[in-house]
Design a protein around this ligand. Structure first.
Ligand SMILES: Cc1cc2nc3c(=O)[nH]c(=O)nc-3n(C[C@H](O)[C@H](O)[C@H](O)COP(=O)(O)OP(=O)(O)OC[C@H]3O[C@@H](n4cnc5c(N)ncnc54)[C@H](O)[C@@H]3O)c2cc1C
Length: 274
């Protein structure tokens, strides 16, 4: 096969991999995907450790969306394991739901707030007037007051972002909900699951998948399997990665070209991102 490509995609995360698959399947492009990391799947990358445990390299990833179209698309490459994330924070010696909901406040303050209106009134009584909302500290203090900000947001944000909320744009903490009901799930999207074989396996299928459609265009594309991986086999600078479970290995080791070795990015985001 020739080394000529129609498209070069830089980055094998969701954006790059899906774009590559779409260009190959729908437009018949030969696509070369490169990544400076030695693996695919970007920040969603996972791998089996020596004990056979599937680890999320850059922090836990729960797939969540309200888009049926997105679910339908990705379900072509994976089956799903049901999973809803629930987080407890240890505050003042108690384990309470995070994000803050009515249960959190009732347990923390020994209250018996029964309705959403009760909770709204409680939060209003704690909220502080902030003239200009610029930072993440401003946005939280204006919603729930300084005490809940200090207990729930400040330390957590400093740990996850290595920055004080007063140094972060308001949008960072504005994404963390404050609930007036008792829903203790971290996400509320209609679809919340994890790929049954993991994210890396799903991305392998996205990148290797010939189109499964039946239109003439699609079947033409389907005969040109994985142009990126055939290029990768000949790449001189390659780094192998494994996605198979130790002991159940099929010996499948894939090699991907690296584009450059300038710098390796690290995830500077929350362990569980919103
Ligand atoms: C800790 C953490 C937890 C998260 N949790 C969740 C979650 O639970 N649920 C959820 O839906 N989302 C979560 N996210 C967000 C999710 O990871 C991102 O939305 C998703 O990975 C974005 O995909 P992407 O392709 O845009 O970028 P990335 O996944 O970052 O992929 C980009 C790729 O491009 C490569 N690249 C960049 N520049 C170059 C270059 N110049 N040359 C070569 N390669 C390059 C990078 O190495 C990387 O592999 C989380 C993110 C983090 C960091």
């Amino acid at each position: 096969m020739s080394d000529r490509y129609d498209t070069l995609v830089v980055g094998a995360g969701y954006a790059g991999s899906v774009m590559a698959e779409r260009l190959a399947s729908e437009a018949g492009h030969r696509v070369l995907v490169i990544d400076r990391r030695d693996h695919i799947a970007g920040n969603a990358h996972d791998y089996y450790d020596e004990h056979g445990v599937l680890c999320h390299k850059y922090g836990p990833h729960i797939f969540h969306t309200n888009s049926e179209k997105v679910v339908e698309y990705l379900s072509r490459f994976t089956e799903w394991r049901p999973y809803e994330h629930r987080v407890l924070a240890r505050v003042d010696g108690r384990l309470v739901p995070m994000p803050i909901n009515r249960t959190t406040v009732n347990e923390l303050y020994g209250l018996g707030l029964e309705t959403e209106e009760d909770m709204e009134r409680f939060l209003e009584s704690r909220a502080e007037a902030v003239e200009y909302i610029r930072t993440s500290e401003d946005v939280v203090v204006a919603k729930v007051g300084r005490e809940l900000y200090e207990k729930f947001f400040r330390g957590y944000t400093r740990k996850q972002w290595q920055r004080d909320p007063s140094e972060l744009h308001s949008s960072v903490c504005a994404r963390i909900p404050i609930r007036t009901n008792v829903d203790d799930r971290y996400f509320t999207d209609s679809f919340q699951k994890i790929p049954v074989d993991g994210y890396t396996a799903m991305f392998e299928r996205i990148l290797e998948s010939p189109s499964s459609g039946t239109s003439p265009d699609r079947s033409r594309t389907a005969t040109r399997r994985s142009p990126w991986s055939s290029r990768a086999r000949r790449a001189t600078r390659t780094t192998p990665f494994r996605t198979t479970r130790p002991g159940r290995s099929t010996g499948a080791t894939r090699r991907w070209p690296r584009s450059c070795r300038t710098s390796r990015s690290s995830a500077g985001s929350p362990a569980t991102s919103t």
